[in-house]
Design a protein around this ligand. Structure first.
Ligand code: CMP
Length: 146
């Protein structure tokens, strides 16, 4: 069964011109793009998106960073998509991320780790994040021929 997952190229990834490189990896892997949006997050959206981290020492810096420039948000659809994307992104900390993963190849540090993906261990994270960033009519239903 396929599922949808939320993924976002963070401001550092956009600044460094990594959108196409990252998209290419997901497309090559066979994940289907059903939504995509280039946008500037405002503080309210950032606080909602990172609500689970409120109160943590890195929270303010995280909200500052994610609102510091445009992001590229997308919704990908595929078999086990959330876990596939997590594996392709690599560990949250680029220093721990394996070479060949997105963060392992491009991440600079825990903050500037290029990409965000919904947590596959957090049931409901995908739907919550997709709803936060996309209206239902911004998601496209289409058949990918394998
Ligand atoms: P992300 O997947 O976007 O979810 C929360 C983000 O907080 C995480 O990626 C990191 O970029 C950032 N972050 C900054 N400091 C820390 C930290 N000490 N532990 C975990 N995440 C951190």
């Amino acid at each position: 069964e396929t599922e949808r997952t939320f993924v976002m190229v963070k401001p550092d990834g956009v600044q460094r011109g990594l959108i196409s490189e990252i998209l290419e990896r997901f497309e090559n892997r066979g994940l289907k793009i059903v939504g995509a949006k280039f946008m500037q997050m405002d503080r309210e959206l950032a606080e909602q998106h990172y609500a689970e981290h409120e109160g943590k020492p890195f929270y303010e810096g995280l909200v500052d960073f994610i609102t510091s420039g445009p992001v590229f948000a997308m919704v990908l659809d595929g078999q086990d998509a959330t876990r596939q994307v997590r594996r392709m992104m690599g560990d949250t900390d680029p220093a721990e991320a394996a070479p060949g993963t997105i963060r392992g190849d491009y991440g600079l540090d825990l903050g500037r780790n290029v990409i965000h993906g919904s947590d596959h261990e957090d049931e409901g994270a995908n739907e919550r994040e997709i709803d936060l960033f996309f209206d239902e009519d911004e998601l496209v239903e289409w058949d990918k021929i394998d």
